[in-house]
Design a binder for this molecule. Structure first.
Ligand code: PAZ
Length: 312
């Protein structure tokens, strides 16, 4: 049985920096509410499920955060203000282009003179400059806020706090829930305090079902917002039925379905009225295009339509 969402908050403490993050979210939303721009909350990356309170081991999720980080850049390009709620150390907008050693390889170090200098290699300027320009612009306008989570419990607390701040935006708020959130967890009161000992034999770890937050989110926390959830499956046959059942259960506006192996080239939009695919061809991929460009453009068309028809 899934525990009820209210029980979850009653039995799991907020993360230690929760009040700081709540104030930061509140201040950011109040500032942008005055400007009157549209705002998107993007959740990105996977949550962890700790197996011990003093966590040495945890269950993790495959998500790298590519979808969320890339989408954040496209929402900024379209004039949205962005709250980027992501798994700590997962991919982030802009820096994702220079992951690993890429940035180091673009730089030249000169230690010959009295002053050490670092320059960008001439053939890397064209690659770095456009991304840097977009990054600087977003920073200078203060249009993106980064909030990070690690565990499923952090995610729950931060998501609700963000929703409380976003509610005032009514239909101008868009929730783009791309994070891969664990479906199973070990409740706090069933978790050992210390590292599980191999000397005690095979551990008996009982995972419970995570409560479905989409239900209170859509009906109570941000009832006027445009909510988009993602659905990941590995079996093509159940993708659309599962996406449609989520839409029927939670009564939000759009589920974007994807299959693990093809998620960067094909997604299916499932709406109350129909299904349609957004696809990136091999050629487009080779030309450096990203499927998130098409996903975000289509989501914005639906959000615009939703705002037009909304009385809020
Ligand atoms: O983060 P990523 O780019 O590696 O993967 C994106 C994704 C597959 C996690 C996302 O598109 C998604 O489907 N999120 C929801 C997953 C789910 O809980 O069903």
């Amino acid at each position: 049985m899934a525990s009820h969402w209210e029980d979850f908050y009653a039995t799991h403490l907020p993360p230690p920096d929760f009040e700081d993050n709540r104030s930061i979210l509140k201040e950011f939303c109040e500032r942008h509410k005055k400007i009157g721009q549209r705002i998107v909350l993007i959740t990105s990356g996977g949550t962890t499920v700790p197996l011990e309170h003093n966590t040495v081991r945890f269950v993790d999720n495959f998500s790298a955060g590519t979808r969320g980080a890339a989408s954040a850049e496209y929402f900024l390009e379209h004039g949205y203000t962005v709250i980027f709620m992501h798994r700590l150390k997962s991919l982030e907008p802009f820096t994702r282009h220079f992951n690993g050693q890429k940035l180091m390889d673009m730089l030249e170090l000169d230690e010959r003179g009295p002053n050490t200098s670092i320059t960008v290699k001439p053939d890397s300027v064209d690659v770095l400059a456009p991304v840097l320009a977009r990054y600087k612009h977003a920073q200078e306008c203060g249009r993106i806020l980064y909030i990070n989570f690690t565990t499923i419990s952090d995610y729950f607390w931060l998501l609700r706090a963000a929703c409380e701040c976003l509610a005032t935006f009514e239909s101008s708020a868009l929730l783009y829930l791309a994070a891969a959130v664990s479906d199973f967890y070990v409740p706090s009161n069933e978790m050992p305090t210390h590292k599980i000992q191999s000397g005690s034999g095979v551990p008996n770890i009982q995972l419970q079902l995570v409560p479905k937050l989409l239900a209170p989110l859509v009906s109570l926390w941000v009832p006027q917002a445009f909510v988009v959830s993602f659905k990941l499956e590995t079996d093509e046959h159940i993708l659309i039925p599962k996406a449609r059942s989520a839409l029927n259960n939670y009564k939000h506006k759009l589920v974007i379905g994807n299959i693990l192996q093809t998620r960067s080239s094909r997604v299916v939009f499932v709406t109350p009225d129909n299904n349609y695919e957004v696809v990136l061809t091999r050629e487009q991929q080779l030309n450096g295009m990203e499927i998130e460009d098409g996903i975000v453009s289509n989501v914005i068309i639906s959000h615009t339509e939703f705002m037009k028809n909304s009385k809020y």
